[in-house]
Design a protein around this ligand. Sequence first.
Ligand code: NAD
Ligand code: MG
Length: 394
Amino acid sequence: MAEQALRNVAVLGATGSIGASALDVIARHPDRYRASVLAAGRNVDALVALCVAHRPAHAVIADPALFAALRDGLAGAGLSTQPHAGDAPLDQLVASDACDTVVAAIVGAAGLSSTLAAARAGKRLLLANKESLVLAGELLTTAADAAGAEIIPIDSEHNAIFQCLRSRRAQADVRRIVLTASGGPFRGRTRAELTAVTREQAVAHPKWSMGPKISVDSATLMNKGLELIEAHHLFDVSRERLDVLVHPQSLVHSLVEFVDGSTLAQLGLPDMRTSLAVGLGWPDRIASGVGGLDLLAHPKLEFEAPDTDAFPCLRLAWHAMEAGGTAPAVLNAANEVAVSAFLQGEIGFLSIPALVEASLAALPATPADSLEALLAADAQARRVTEHNLAGHTP
Ligand code: NAD
Ligand code: MG
C-alpha cells in the first residue's frame, strides 16, 4: 500500500459522546491519524485526561475563565500541549495548519462559528453538529463549496445517505430520500400519556447512547425534524423528495430511492464509530471497532409512520423548513432553550413543542441572506422563549 500522509484531526466537542467515538476510531489508526487539537466546553478535568491519552498539540476550553485551570492541568500532567481558551482562538486553530480534518461535534448553535471556520478554511469537515446546518445551512454549504471543503455528514442517517449516493449531491435520478427514526423512548404513546414523563425517561434512548440534548430531541422527534432540514441542505433536496419512516430496530440508517425503482439502504449496528470511520477514511474504508450486522440475530425489521399528534415537533420542523428564511433558526433556538429548561426540571415534556410553536408564531419567517440576520433571529428566539418559560411549570 502507498505511504499515507498522517492526517491531523481537530476534535471539537472532544469530551462528548461523538468526541469519544471519534477518538476511539482515530486511536485505532496511529499510522494514519493523529488527534492534534482537542476542544471542549467547560470540563477541564475530562479534557486534560483526554490530552494525557491522545497527546494533542493544542487543547481549547470554551470558557475563558477556565484558561488557568487548563494550563495548570496540562503542566501538572507533564504535557507539552498548548492551552487555549475562548471561541476566537478555537476558530483560528481550526483554520490553521494545526489540522487538516475537523470533527465538528460541539452541541447546539455554539458549534456554528468553529464549523464555519473549518468550512471557510477548506478542511475535511466531519459534520455532527446538526444545529449549525439548521441555523445556517445555506451559508455553511456555500462556504464549504467555495473553499473546496469536503463535508462528510456524521449524523447516522445522513452518513447512510452519503454512502448510498457516494456523494453529497442528490442528482435528478433520486426520487426520494427516506430518513429512518427510532421513534425514541416514547414511541407508541399518546399525547396524554406524555404529560408526566420525566427527564430520566426522556434521556434513556432505547438504541443509541448519546449526549443529553440530542437524547431529548430524539424523544420529542425534534431530532428527526432537525435532520430533515439538515438533509435538505446537505443533499440539496426539496421537501417533496424527503420522507420520514419510524424504524424501531435502528439497523437501517436511511434509504435512497432512485427513479428506476431501486432503493439503496445502509445497514449496521447503531454505533457512531461507523459514520466517523467513513468520514475519516472516505473513499477508503477503515476499521471502526464496530462488528458486522448479523441479521439472523436481528431477524425483524419493522417500519411505521411517525405520529405527529403525539410528537408535534416533527410537524413544526416541516413547517419551518417550508417557511425558510429565519424560521429554522427560530425553531432551533427555541428548542435549545426549551430542552435546556426541561433538562433542568423547570418545565414538563409537552412544554417543549408548545414553547417552540409559540416562538415560531411570535417571530414569523423573514428572508435571511446573511449570518448577522440568522444570528439575530437566533438571539431573538432565545429571548422570546426565555420569556415564555415563565408561563410553564414542570
Ligand atoms: P454531548 O453533550 O455528549 O457533547 C457535547 C460536546 O460539546 C462536549 O464535549 C462539550 O464540552 C462541548 N461543548 C458544549 N458547549 C460548547 C461550547 N460552547 N464550546 C465548545 N464546546 C462545547 O453531545 P453529543 O451527543 O456528542 O452530540 C454532539 C453533536 O453531535 C450534537 O450536535 C448532536 O446533535 C450531534 N449528533 C450526535 C449523535 C450521537 O450519537 N451522540 C448522533 C448524531 C448527531
Ligand atoms: Mg441522526
